[in-house]
Design a protein around this ligand. Structure first.
Ligand code: AKB
Length: 313
């Protein structure tokens, strides 16, 4: 069967990389990039304007392009969600429910990203197991827990082949960073390159799980390609690569730019970071569909620095 893929949130941090990777696999004419705003000038491919809260518009696009798979990435992040919790619920949970209902009607295969934000202060801080306490304190985390349960429900009740990963903090260079907490680890490169300086809203010592975007995209595609019988988790898989604190990243950036300095002025996002774990046990993903990462902190820092430097001049 011909694959026709719809990607929501297509010009966001993950979408910008994932759309290109999917275009490589199935051809540019088979990937429909969906966003609430116009595509960046550099975008090549099929682009549609829609809001994921608009179920009728989504359905019209699914019919128009005979969509077979949806990578539903659109959503607000942790800090953005705290600014407008009602909007976060409507977009993050309402948007997912729209996609899942359409998946039942049109037999769509679905990918939806969850996050380490499902964990909260009562979750163990180290080596968080796949099945553990989920009591997040952010609206974004509440949305992600609800979404995970919705995915599992649509799988068991309606047989929707929906798959999900709990993304850690992701470092990519193609799109600007969104309104999240771990995004300090992207902003810092812009500060280092533009000003030789960065004021970090996350404090020293705050170790968080992180991953280079190429690993995240490869893992996402690997999960979606895995045989159905290998998928033992229908809420969302723990998914991990590396972990570091801001000062670890600063040291790596200083290898590329010895003049770079960083100061620490934690704000409300620090409380969010404090509620999340430091390390994740993702052995289930490694066992079920052979997940493994390729990038460590040293390797990803060198690439991020070089690519963002080329981008901003
Ligand atoms: C955020 O910080 O909000 C996101 C996430 C970890 O899901 N990057």
């Amino acid at each position: 069967m011909e694959r026709k893929i719809l990607v929501t949130g297509a010009s966001g941090l993950v979408g910008s990389d994932l759309v290109l990777a999917l275009q490589e696999i199935v051809g540019r004419e088979n990937v429909i990039a969906l966003e609430r705003h116009e595509a960046p000038p550099s975008f090549e491919g099929i682009h549609e304007l829609a809001d994921v809260r608009d179920s009728e518009k989504l359905e019209a696009l699914i019919q128009k392009y005979k969509i077979t798979e949806v990578y539903h990435l659109a959503g607000l992040l942790s800090a953005g969600g705290e600014k407008d919790p009602d909007l976060a619920w409507d977009v993050n949970v309402g948007g997912l429910r729209n996609v899942l209902r359409l998946a039942v009607k049109y037999q769509l295969k679905v990918f939806w990203p969850s996050s380490i934000a499902v964990f909260g202060p009562t979750t163990p801080k180290e080596d968080v197991p796949q099945h553990t306490v989920l009591e997040p304190t952010t609206m974004y985390g509440v949305n992600k827990v609800s979404g995970e349960l919705l995915c599992q429900y649509y799988f068991t009740r309606y047989g929707v082949d929906v798959r999900s990963l709990r993304y850690p903090g992701l470092l990519g260079y193609k799109a600007p960073p969104g309104d999240g907490t771990t995004e300090y680890a992207i902003h810092i490169f812009y500060g280092a390159i533009r000003d030789n300086h960065y004021v970090s809203y996350i404090d020293k010592g705050s170790v968080l799980p992180m991953m280079f975007m190429e690993d995240a995209v490869n893992g996402t595609i690997q999960l979606m390609n895995a045989p159905k019988e290998k998928i033992s988790v229908r809420t969302s898989y723990n998914f991990s690569a590396i972990q570091f604190a801001p000062e670890d990243l600063v040291k790596e950036i200083q290898k590329a730019n010895p003049k770079f300095t960083c100061e620490y002025q934690p704000d409300s996002r620090q409380k969010i970071a404090n509620s999340w774990p430091k390390t994740i046990d993702d052995s289930q993903a490694r066992k079920d569909w052979n997940w493994s990462e390729a990038y460590d902190l040293k390797k990803l820092t060198a690439i991020m620095y070089q690519k963002i430097k080329e981008k901003i001049g």
